[in-house]
Design a protein around this ligand. Structure first.
Ligand code: ATR
Length: 276
């Protein structure tokens, strides 16, 4: 019997996940189908019960439910629990178990294009919800150094203090970060700054960027933010947010089906949806 998979969010109309996952089900000849469901916050508990009653194979969770869903699940893995957010739920013998593949999707996408983060000095820009998954996942891997720069420095410190993995991270203001930029091999922009329609914004200036640095942006609309354009002009290697999106989906698909899918195929589907 065909297995149902889903994504729940509010709103959900913009999601590129259904087209991406349905292409994979058909390509790998897996008898599954993936549907988007718009679930208002007050209906979240009922929606989870309903998904369990109809026996879905698993589902993705997006804004605004990623944290609020946790009490309605039967279990949450260690990293997702530390992050405090779930983006992937797997039906494991009738029990709904929550995972977070956002941070690991970012890391897998990064290591797929570049080398391992081992020995790297990393600066993360931002201290919001998206930062948390990326920062905790990278801190767990024990890079040479991982620091956070944020407009509100206290928020960066509280993220560092919340991190369950040993680290010696420091927090900086955006202005301070501009001054010490030369210290870092890898800069990761994790805020929505530069996203359409405000495409002329950039979180920090890159004048002191180290030669050969890698600069990533989690934004993928536009595909090349002003920040990435600036980084490229200064000789950096760049990566946009498509990789994080593709690999969080690939890791979810693997959890549901046991198959790690072809990321290049997924990237092509996503680019097509973005009108590329
Ligand atoms: P989300 O949970 O969706 O990531 P968020 O928690 O509001 O959203 O976090 C947004 C991030 O973008 C924060 O790091 C925020 O900085 P503050 O912690 O100082 O608020 C950052 N941010 C948003 N707009 C910004 C701007 N115009 N300049 C600098 N940083 C900004």
């Amino acid at each position: 019997m065909k297995k149902l998979y889903a994504v729940i969010g509010y709103p959900i109309g913009h999601s590129m996940s259904p087209v991406m996952h349905n292409d994979l089900f058909s390509f790998y000849q897996i008898d599954g189908h993936y549907l988007p469901f718009q679930v208002a916050p007050e209906n979240l508990e009922d929606a989870v019960k309903g998904l369990k009653a109809i026996g879905v194979g698993g589902f993705n969770v997006t804004i605004p439910h990623k944290s609020r869903i946790i009490p309605y699940l039967d279990g949450v893995d260690e990293l997702a629990n530390a992050i405090g957010a779930v983006n992937t739920v797997v039906n494991e013998d009738g029990r709904f178990i929550g995972y977070n593949t956002d941070g690991s999707g970012f890391l897998t996408g990064l290591e797929n294009q570049f080398a391992s983060i081992e020995g790297k000095k990393i600066l993360v820009i931002g201290a919001g919800g998206a930062t948390r998954g990326i920062y905790f996942t990278l801190a767990k891997e024990k890079p040479a150094k991982i620091d956070i720069a944020n407009r509100t420095v206290e928020k960066a410190w509280s993220l560092i203090n919340d991190c369950p993995y040993p680290n010696s991270s420091a927090a900086f203001s955006l202005e301070e970060a501009e001054q010490v930029l030369e210290d870092y091999d890898l800069i990761i922009q994790t805020t929505m700054i530069g996203m359409a329609p405000k495409v002329s914004e950039q979180p920090i200036k890159l004048d002191n960027l180290k030669k050969q640095a890698i600069v990533c942006d989690i934004v993928y609309n536009p595909l090349k933010t002003k920040f990435l354009q600036d980084a490229e002009q200064k000789g950096a290697q760049i990566q946009n947010g498509i990789d994080m999106f593709v690999f969080q989906g690939a890791l979810a698909f693997e959890k549901w089906t046991g198959t790690f899918p072809d990321a290049e195929r997924m990237r092509a589907i996503v680019l097509k949806q973005l009108g590329g």
